[in-house]
Design a protein around this ligand. Sequence first.
Ligand code: HEM
Length: 425
Amino acid sequence: MLTTSKQTFSLARRYGNIYRLYCGNTTMVILNSSEIIREALVKKWSDFAGRPHSYTGDKVSGGGQSISLGDYSEEWKTHRRLAHSALQRCTADSLHSIIEKQALHLKQVLLDYNEKAVDLSEDFTVAASNVITTLTFGKSYNKSSVELQELHGCLNEIVALWGSPWITALDSFPLLRWLPNPPFSRLMKEVARRNELIRTHLEEFKVQTEGLNKGVTLTAIRMHMTIVDLLIGGTETAAAWLSWAIAFLLHRPEVQAAVHEELRTVLQGQDPRYSDRHRLPYLCAVINEVLRLRPVAPLAVPHKASRDSRIAGYFIPKDTVIIPNLFGAHHDPEVWSDPYSFRPERFLDRGGGSLRALMPFGGGARLCLGESVAKMELFLFTAYLLRDFQFMPASQEEPLPDLRGVASVVLKARPYRVIARPRAK
Ligand code: HEM
C-alpha cells in the first residue's frame, strides 16, 4: 500500500531525500527533493518515463492504453504527441473564451446564492469539468444535469474503488483474482458504464482530433482513453485547487484584500485576460503559493525505471517504481524558508524559495499533459472570483476551513462553507 503524502513527508524528514520501500515483491524509491526529482524526471527522463504495470491498472485503462497509465513505448509517444498538439491548438484558438465563459457562469452561480453560506466544491467541479467537456465534446452542463451527474458519479466511483484495499490487493496477490470480490465486480461495472457514456460522444471528438492532426489517427480505444485521461486528469485537480485557494484566503483576509486591490488598479474595470498575468505579480504569487503548499497531485503518478540507472548516485535497477513526492519537495526547509507558512511574497522577493523548485505538474516526458490548460484556468478563475467577490467565513461560530486536507490520489480540502459577497462596482 502506498503511504499518504503526509506519512511520506514525515518519512522524508526522517530518512532523507531519497529512500527505498519494499511492498510485497515491488521495490519503490521515494524522491523527496526537487533537485532529485528533477534529476530523475527531467535530466534522465528516458530512464524513468515508464509506468508500472498492474492487473487492475490494465482493467481501468483498456489494457494500459491510456496516456496516464500506459507504459512508455513508440505507440504511447504518438498517442501523447497527438493529444498534446490537439490541446495546444485548442489553447491557442479557443481555450481563453471557453474558460472565460465558465468563469462568468460561475460568477452568476455565486450571485444567485445571494450571500448564503455554501460549500462551493461542487460548483468548482462543474466549472472545471465544463472546460474539459467543451474541449472534448463541445458541450457544457449545469450542476443539475443528469448527464453530468452520471459521468462524474461514474468517474469518481472508479477512482475511489480502484484505490480501495480490496482492489489493490489483487495486484499483489494474484490468487485472490479467483475469489468472488464484490468491489472488483462493481469496478468492472462502472468501467463498462464509463465506456458506454463516452462512446456516445466519441465520434464528435474523433472528427475534431483528426482535423487537428492532419490525418494521423489514433485507434478507437486510445481515442476513448484520451477522453478519460482529460476528464479524470482535468476535473478534480483544478476544482480541488480552487477550494484550497479560497480556504487559504479565508485564513488570510489581508492577502485577499491585496489581490483584489491589485486587480482593481491594474484592470481598471476591464475583464482579466491571461496576458494580464505579467501585470499581476501578486495574484501569480498567490497562485504559486497555493500550488506549493497543496500540490493537488501530491505524489504525482508512479513512474517506473525502464532500464538500470542511477539517482543521486544510488543504483536503481530496471522496473523499480519511482514515487516523486512533490508535497515533500514543496516543504523542503533547505529550499523554502518557513515552509509551512502561507507566504505568497516568497515568490516576489529572492530568498523565500525558488520557482525552479516548484513542480506541481511534475516534469520531463510525463509532465502533466494539461499544464497549460490548468495554468490558464487557475489564473482566469481566480482573477474573476477575487475581482468580483469578497470571500468571507460562513459565520462567527463556524471554524475557518481545516487546512489539513484529505489525502487520496487528489489532495482535497475538507468540506467547508463560505459566503461570497459581491464587490461594489
Ligand atoms: C499528469 C498535476 C490539471 C491532465 C499529472 C501529473 C501531475 C499533474 C503531478 C503527474 C506527472 C508525472 O507523472 O510525473 C496537475 C495539477 C493540475 C492538473 C496540479 C491542476 C491544478 C490537469 C488538467 C488536465 C490534466 C487540467 C487535462 C486537461 C493530465 C494527464 C496526465 C497528468 C493526462 C498524465 C500525463 C502522462 O502520464 O503522460 N498532472 N494536473 N491535468 N495530467 Fe495533470
